[in-house]
Design a protein around this ligand. Structure first.
Ligand SMILES: [Zn+2]
Length: 165
């Protein structure tokens, strides 16, 4: 059975971070075939706290996604940036957001040039609207075993509906 694959880099507690990332995948209803690498690094474009890119689709259908988090940020801020980037992961995984070329994305079927609207693309609205609440929920999460007993998909659909107006 296909499911997301997660790798963590540059973090002192990769196991705990992996659990966090799986919590987000569950909460956001991401069950698509993605190969997700989350790297905590200082090698990040100037002015960025974090960024998510879709690299390619593998022969087995898995979409390769890479999240970078600026590790110069304080921990609380890194948590919020991760929540923000995980919303972009959701957008890529579900095909709402697609990278066409390095400077062109398709959001809900409409092309956008990245150069002019970099932080203001409509896909950012959803991310900025929800990243804080999502990060708080993550910190207050019930034990992961309890979480697994939830009907995660139904819960996340309700969540997404609540946050979309
Ligand atoms: Zn963003």
């Amino acid at each position: 059975m296909a499911q997301p694959i997660v790798k963590i880099g540059g973090h002192e507690d990769p196991f705990a971070m992996e659990k966090e990332v799986y919590w987000y995948l569950n909460q956001l209803g991401i069950q698509e075939n993605i190969h997700l690498t989350v790297i905590f690094t200082s090698i990040i474009p100037k002015g960025f706290d974090g960024l998510t890119v879709s690299r390619k689709i593998l022969g087995n259908g898995y979409q390769v996604l890479m999240v970078r988090i600026n590790k110069a940020l304080v921990e609380r801020q890194q948590q919020k940036v991760l929540a923000h980037e995980m919303i972009h992961v959701k957008q890529y995984a579900k095909g709402e957001l697609k990278l066409l070329k390095s400077n062109t994305v398709v959001w809900l079927g409409k092309k956008h040039r990245l150069s002019k609207i970099h932080h203001r693309g409509p896909w950012e609205k959803e991310a900025y609207r929800n990243d804080h609440v999502l990060a708080v929920q993550q910190r207050q999460k019930p034990d992961i075993t309890t979480l697994a007993s939830f009907k995660s998909k139904a819960d996340s659909l309700v969540y997404m509906r609540e946050v979309q107006h």
